[in-house]
Write a protein that binds this ligand. Structure first.
Ligand code: SF4
Length: 698
């Protein structure tokens, strides 16, 4: 941390990493961001984690794309084969006009042969423009983004049962709770600033109930640590709810006033006794009973969850159970109560709100509704587009293999690293006859591109982002994009012009103004207000209202104002361990690296802290294998095989391997299972059967 003499200017913006949405002050000297301070945003109150404080210098990395690039006619066959220091063997520089003309030519007039992946790393305005390009430009809804890989199942369950896909209360509301459940989440590493609030809650006597197959960092602060068997969420949660019913601990008044389908839920739970479910989830019946009594006895209780809940073929059922638990105890809509899926990427909430989803236009308005489509096309001044729900991320890549999709526009996503069974995804990218990639680095996905459009990092552009708390925040440019790189909204507009869409936006503020015309969630939120106040939470009830931290205190946005119980039954993981693949593989993130590593592995401090691909196993498992920490293992699943360094971690169960997915040299998703949840269409990243072999003992 420096003082005022250390920099030439300072600019307030938003951390580009996780969904906490910490506000930052970027200190600029000689045209470069020199350091970052936390400022007093509502989510972080000046706090930052190691990524936010030290992870920013990737924006000045030598690998930044500074010119549009076009694949050379004599380039080798498409594959993961481009050296970022020697890209000239595969690509040649082009002018913006040439690159944009070429990009548009490969897509124009091709209708359903074109699909798009937008990004949760972009601003709300950029996400909105991206979905508009696909819908207006090609007449269909084959547009998606990484929400499909993180909380799509949570959103499906929330929309179904509560009527809204966002959180019902900010995570900071935990300060008004006396009990909190954190399940399938590792906030100490993945939402570190939120974790500081959770730790403070425990320190002042709040009961923190942590549920996870791994002994995640919050266990040190937990009143109850339930290290349940992977994939056994529904059995454990139903057993807890069984006890609440059996002992009459539910809130009858709340259930009568605000819910429906209670009798069906109650009848369904009758069979899920703690004694029976204990054999499935591995948690002692008395612990399940104690947790049920503790949660039901709370004055105010919150439930937080993460990818451990959502990334299963039964991810929607897992979320349905959490919603039912909150409803039966009346723990929604009051201070210190609520449901909070911890969103992963900095703008995954906003990108979803902005319609970067194949089944929904902005504000989760269904593409199948004629009136909704007509409201958008009248603002856009364009013809109607398909009423058919579009394809999701994994379905789009399957359609490429089937020859139905031949051209793609990918902005800021990295499916060559992030998709399950990633060799299948890479083969699909290689098969495309036209791939446009817009990014800041020559990512693994850009390796397969026909044309690359150099874009802007967070510190180089204006735009709004929406964090996990529903807080719409203003990002501002502190430095210009390097070389000829451009702001993403400008690239989208220029591309749309060449697709014949006649767009004419002067700046992101004009895009935001258009979004507001069909997004009631943005009522009372204006660009000028955000410039002045930095943040407004939606819903905001008046131009003076900072926004509602807690919603649904007097009913739900469903047809009859009532939330719904949807009973969930036990569904086994798609593949279970057997003699050939006897262990369970779980993938996830580490504190120092974010997602596919394209940014954090180019951040000096973060890369120095975690330079090498690694996996974690229990010390007893390593002993059994005869391998020391630091030894080399081969992990093999039905999809493929990787070699990766072993680490010892008591928090990992003896039959489990934990593998971060940020490392291309040991890409976790070579191993993962592409089976998806039938509702959220989210892959089962959190359970693959794996074989572990020793390559080098030390
Ligand atoms: Fe950035 Fe998330 Fe860390 Fe805050 S907690 S500084 S938003 S990575």
């Amino acid at each position: 941390v420096g003082d005022s003499k250390d920099y030439d200017s300072e600019v307030d913006s938003i951390c580009p990493f996780c969904g906490v949405g910490c506000q930052v002050s970027l200190k600029v000297k000689d045209g470069r961001v020199k350091y970052v301070d936390g400022i007093n945003g509502p989510a972080n109150e000046g706090r930052l984690c190691v990524k936010g404080r030290f992870g920013f210098d990737y924006i000045h990395h030598d690998h930044r794309l500074t010119k549009p690039l076009i694949r050379r006619d004599d380039a080798p066959a498409k594959g993961l084969n481009v050296d970022p220091d020697n890209w000239q063997e595969v690509f040649r520089e082009a002018t913006w006009d040439e690159a944009l003309d070429f990009a548009a030519k490969g897509m124009k007039g091709r209708g359903r042969e074109v699909a798009g992946f937008g990004s949760a790393k972009c601003t709300n305005e950029e996400a909105y423009l991206f979905q508009k390009i696909i819908r207006q430009g090609f007449g269909h809804n084959n547009v998606d983004h990484c929400t499909r890989l993180c909380h799509a199942s949570s959103v499906a369950a929330l929309l179904e049962n509560v009527g809204s896909g966002a959180v019902t209360a900010t995570f900071n509301e935990i300060e008004n709770a006396d009990v909190a459940i954190v399940i399938g989440a590792n906030p100490v590493e993945n939402h570190p600033v939120a974790a500081t609030y959770f730790k403070q809650f425990a320190k002042r006597g709040g009961k923190l109930i942590v549920m996870d197959p791994r002994g995640v960092g919050l266990r040190r602060h937990a009143s109850h640590m339930l290290q349940f068997r992977p994939g056994a969420d529904v059995s454990m949660l139903n057993a807890i709810m069984h006890v609440i019913v059996e002992e009459g601990l539910y809130d009858k008044q709340y259930i009568d006033a605000y819910t429906e389908n209670w009798e069906a839920e109650k009848a369904h739970l009758a069979d899920f006794t703690p004694e029976k479910m204990s054999k499935i989830c591995g948690i002692e019946p008395e612990v399940l009973r104690d947790v049920a009594r503790t949660f039901a006895g709370a004055k105010a209780a919150m439930i937080f969850w993460g990818m451990g809940v959502s990334q299963h073929i039964h991810g929607t059922d897992n979320s349905r159970c959490l919603i039912s638990l909150a409803l039966m105890t009346g723990q929604i809509g009051r201070p210190g109560s609520g449901l909070h899926p911890l969103r992963g990427q900095n703008n995954v909430q906003g990108a979803s709100d902005a319609g970067l989803i194949p089944m929904f236009l902005p504000d989760y308005q269904s593409v199948t509704d004629d009136g909704v489509r007509s409201a958008f096309t009248s603002v856009w001044g364009s013809d109607d587009f398909s009423a058919e729900k579009g394809l999701t991320v994994t379905e789009i890549l399957d359609a490429v293999h089937d020859g139905d999709i031949k051209s793609m526009y990918i902005l800021g996503e990295n499916p060559a690293m992030s998709d399950p069974d990633v060799e299948h995804a890479r083969d699909a990218l290689a098969k495309l006859d036209h791939l446009v990639v817009q990014d800041i680095f020559l990512t693994e996905t850009a390796n397969f591109a026909d044309v690359i459009l150099p874009a802007s990092a967070f510190a180089e552009k204006s735009g709004t982002v929406t964090n996990t708390n529903r807080q719409v925040q203003m990002g501002r440019p502190a430095v210009p994009p390097p070389g000829d790189a451009k702001e993403d909204w400008w690239i989208e507009v220029e591309l749309a012009k060449r697709l014949g869409l006649g767009w004419d936006y002067a700046d992101p503020a004009e895009v935001f103004a258009e979004m507001k015309q069909n997004m009631p969630s943005l009522d009372n939120i204006t660009w000028d207000r955000l410039m002045a106040e930095n943040v407004v939470t939606y819903p905001s009830l008046s131009p003076e209202d900072p926004g509602q931290a807690i919603v649904f205190g007097d009913g739900f946005p469903r047809a009859d104002g009532r939330a719904k119980f949807t009973p969930a039954s036990i569904i086994a993981p798609d593949e279970t361990p057997d003699d050939e693949y006897p262990m369970i593989l779980i993938t996830g993130r580490q504190l120092e690296h974010w997602h596919t590593g394209s940014m954090t592995r180019r951040a000096t401090v973060l890369d120095a802290m975690e330079p090498e691909a690694n996996c974690s196993l229990h010390p007893s498992t390593l002993r059994k294998l005869g391998v020391e920490p630091g030894g080399l293992l081969r992990l093999t699943t039905r999809r493929g095989s990787i070699r990766v360094m072993a680490r010892s971690d008591r928090a990992v169960a003896p039959d489990m391997v934990f593998l971060p997915f940020a490392y291309v040299e040991a890409a976790a998703n070579i191993l993962t299972n592409p089976a998806v949840d039938p509702y959220g269409k989210i892959p089962e990243f959190k359970f693959s059967a794996v074989k572990v072999e020793v390559v080098e003992k030390t």
